[in-house]
Each structure stands twice: as structure tokens, then as C-alpha cells.
Design a protein around this ligand. Structure first.
Ligand SMILES: Nc1ncnc2c1ncn2[C@@H]1O[C@H](COP(=O)(O)OP(=O)(O)OP(=O)(O)O)[C@@H](O)[C@H]1O
Length: 256
């Protein structure tokens, strides 16, 4: 399902989060959104999934305006926020069962399938989430998102805080999803190799607008170009370099 955002504005008091953002994500693509802290990535994602409303502009998923048909959006779009909490007393399997019932989904084995897809073992799924590692919590969060077999996945910095092995395993899960489904996957990241590995296209957000969007290799080539490249590319090069780093452990230092 494609996503189209057109001239989207959003302010919180006197803070402008989105300032005329326009973006198109082709159906079935894996799309990376990069941008410095405060560029507006999370705000865009919350609006895409109907958790927040734009002050102006339109956002459509599969041609449906997200502000007019919230239920339709919730059924088709899976959203993994940057921070997810689970009730400590429940097991991972119970969390998924609860989510499934809340959404009115059929009891057709989808909880076990979701557990399997994110690489949690049955024994891990039957442990209380209070004992879960950060990586296991991320997997469980992704499993909740996968329950309804969404057409669109919106993942807000899904690998932030994971160790290299956890990052690699999470990437493999996303790759498996993109290889075996038609889902459109949109996620934000500060790590260039992650965007490079997973995405076919990306957008660079800067101060609430899309500074550039296109195939990842084109954006990365501009970012890597020598300083004598055309002056018209200077802003994009700077924005891209500020937004992403080459190593996950440097990501927290990308921007103040
Ligand atoms: N609920 C809110 N109330 C007030 N200001 C907000 C709110 N949400 C976002 N903002 C502000 O809007 C701007 C964009 O924030 P947003 O979280 O969308 O950026 P981001 O690109 O996701 O940043 P980060 O990389 O740090 O997660 C920031 O200046 C932020 O402080």
C-alpha cells in the first residue's frame, strides 16, 4: 500500500514539528526516514498511524485519508513506537493474546505464528515480560504489530539501544518480512548501514520538511561526494551527514 503525505503542517504550541512536509512511499517498498533529532520523524509517524492529527495538509495510506477513517488505518497499519511498555505480570504469549483479542482478531494460531516470525522461542514466549531483555522486548513489540498481518509497518527507531547481534537479528526479521509479504515498511534510523541494508528508498527530513527523497544509493552517493560537488547539493549533503552515522554506537552522538 502506498503512502502519500502532502504539505503536512504540525505545531506543538510554538514549536513547529512539520513544516509543509510532502512525501510519497511506493507500495511494497522498504523506506528509510533519516533526520537529526527533532527533524519531525516521530511526529510524521504518529500522524501516519492516526495517533496525532496534522494542523494542515493530507496524509493517505492506500488512498484513504488517515484522519477520516481511523479504524481502517488501525486494521491495516502496524505501528511500533520507539518506546513500548508491557504489563510486567504477563508472559509474552499472554501479551500477544491480549492484543489479539483487543483487536477482535480470530484465534487461528496467529499468536504462535507471530512468536515464531520474530524469533522468540516457545519457552521465551512463556516467560514473564518483566524478565525480558531489551532485544526480546523489541521482538515482542514487533510481534504485536504483526498480529493482524498489516499491509504497512511503521517502525520508529526499531533497533535503537540494541547490541550489534540484536541489531543484526532484528534486520534479519525485517528482511524476512519484506521477502515474504507485500508489506510496505517505513522506519527511521540514524545508522547509514542499516538504511543501506534494508531500504530501497529513503527520505532526509530536515526541520520538518523533506530535504530529499529517492533511492538510497543516490542519496548516499550525494552524501559521500567530495566537497567540490555542485553547490546545489551542499544542503542535502550536510543534512544527510548530520542525520546518519556509519556505526550504531555513534548514533546517539549524531545530533545534540
Ligand atoms: N508532544 C509534543 N509536545 C511538544 N513538542 C513536541 C511534541 N512532539 C514533538 N515535539 C517537538 O516537535 C519537534 C519534532 O519532534 P519529533 O519527535 O517528531 O522529532 P524526531 O525527528 O522524531 O526526533 P528524534 O530523532 O529525537 O526522535 C521537536 O522539536 C519536538 O520537541
Amino acid at each position: 500500500m502506498r503512502i502519500d503525505a502532502t504539505d503536512v503542517h504540525k505545531a506543538y504550541g510554538d514549536v513547529t514539528a512539520l513544516d509543509g512536509l510532502s512525501l510519497s512511499v511506493p507500495s511494497g517498498s522498504t523506506f528509510g526516514v533519516v533526520g537529526t533529532n527533532g527533524a519531525g520523524k516521530s511526529t510524521l509517524f504518529r500522524i501516519l498511524v492516526g495517533h496525532d492529527r496534522p494542523d494542515a495538509g493530507t496524509v493517505a495510506v492506500g488512498g484513504t485519508d488517515v484522519t477520516t477513517d481511523g479504524r481502517w488505518i488501525r486494521e491495516r497499519v502496524g505501528y511500533l513506537p520507539e518506546h513500548v511498555g508491557f504489563p510486567d505480570g504477563l508472559t509474552g504469549r499472554e501479551v500477544l493474546g491480549f492484543h489479539s483479542r483487543m483487536r477482535g482478531l480470530p484465534s487461528d494460531g496467529r499468536v504462535s505464528r507471530a512468536i515464531d516470525r520474530v524469533g522468540l522461542t516457545p519457552a521465551e514466549a512463556d516467560r514473564r515480560v518483566s524478565g525480558y531483555s531489551n532485544g526480546m522486548c523489541r521482538r515482542l513489540g514487533l510481534a504485536t504489530v504483526l498480529l493482524p498481518d498489516p499491509d504497512v509497518l511503521i517502525l520508529d527507531e526499531p533497533t535503537a539501544g540494541l547490541d550489534p547481534r540484536g541489531v543484526d537479528e532484528f534486520h534479519a526479521i525485517v528482511e524476512e518480512i519484506t521477502a515474504t509479504t507485500d508489506a510496505t515498511v517505513v522506519f527511521c534510523s540514524h545508522v547509514l548501514p542499516e538504511v543501506d541494508r534494508l531500504c530501497d528508498r529513503a527520505a532526509v527530513l530536515h526541520e520538518g520538511r523533506v530535504r530529499a527523497a529517492g533511492p538510497v544509493e543516490e542519496l548516499a552517493a550525494v552524501a559521500a561526494a567530495d566537497p567540490d560537488a555542485p553547490a546545489s547539493e551542499d544542503g542535502l549533503r550536510a543534512a544527510f551527514r548530520e542525520a546518519v552515522t556509519d556505526a550504531p554506537d555513534e548514533a546517539s552522538e549524531v545530533a545534540p
